[in-house]
Write a protein that binds this ligand. Sequence first.
Ligand code: PMP
Length: 394
Amino acid sequence: MRDFAQEIEQRKLAGLYRSRRLVSGPQQPTLVADGKALLSFCSNDYLGLANNPEIIGAMTSSLPDVGVGGAASHLVCGHHEAHHHLEQRLAMFTGRSAALFFSTGYMANLGVISALAGRGDTVFSDRLNHASIIDGCILSRAKVRRYPHGDVAALEAMLAATSGHKLVVTDGVFSMDGDIAPLRELARVCRCHDALLVVDDAHGLGVLGPQGRGSVAEAGLSEEEVPVLVGTLGKGIGTSGAFVAGSEVLIDYLVQKARTYIYTTAMPPALAVATCASLDVVERDGQRRSHLEGLIRKFRAGAQALGYELMPSRTPIQPIMIGDNWAALALSQSLEAQGVLVTAIRPPTVPEGEARLRVTLSAGHSERDVDLLLQALAKSRPILSGGGAGKPAI
Ligand code: PMP
């Protein structure tokens, strides 16, 4: 037997131990975690919709009609008209012919990649793709080739040297860096080399593009150019679940083949109702996006003036690059002591030596919230310039 306790101890010694916080009350910028009220800058609720009264109202008022449970998988008797309606709504929202509702983004990526690629095929995956994409690649049993982050020329050379079925998969917005994939160029090389392009726009939906339709819409790419579009609903859309959008035949194929769609209980129909209500808000309320853009600009200017190293990101994901695991933990703890919550992200979520504080901004934040974050960062700045952060208690 492996010595689990010893492995945990080793993680602690390396500054890699992760613990969970117990949240009470709703998800919102002022979060109660472990009984303490903190100003949170680490959720993915980019538009501040996770606790929106209109969406809560839509969900609760649907409950007497649709119940609480999914009760069965979609292919048995779980496919409710609320799911069907959401799929139609998602297809409209993304400008695709059809969509398929999955339980989570993790499951969508596992299901899609393993359904669309198999033994003998090759999957090309950006080096910074999300863990669910990496795991989907492994599950597919296809040959996996990772290309340097955002490097379309390197990808093109790899595609040119490969025969057989080819799948290229990329995040639309990279979850830990906040930068946007070169989607137009990726679409072009995929067309030239007969590769199927899959874009996971988990962090672009709701935030980027006209009416929040995402990074693919912002790049003006059609269903033909990005044939497989994955989106998650637990981030900018504020609810939970995920979807894949594309042609009718793609969706029909996934219904037949995507095991993470077939062999799992359908999501509660009320959640589909809530998500439709959320899409109405997302489309209608451009103010949320413009407020968010203002907060992003304010944060970037303020943090850079304090001498913090940021990434070239214009999205709500604004990591502060630290490098050392202990220094990242020390900075996070110092902010928390001042009432501000920003978690330290360490390997294996990010590459070795690239620990960071992943600041995420939300339309739910006010200008004053960003001022408070910047004040806390100013006070904590000596931690990074003081020559070695020391090992904080974990
Ligand atoms: N794709 C990306 C790019 C993500 O960042 C995440 C979650 N952080 C997922 C997929 C998984 O989505 P979900 O949380 O719905 O499982």
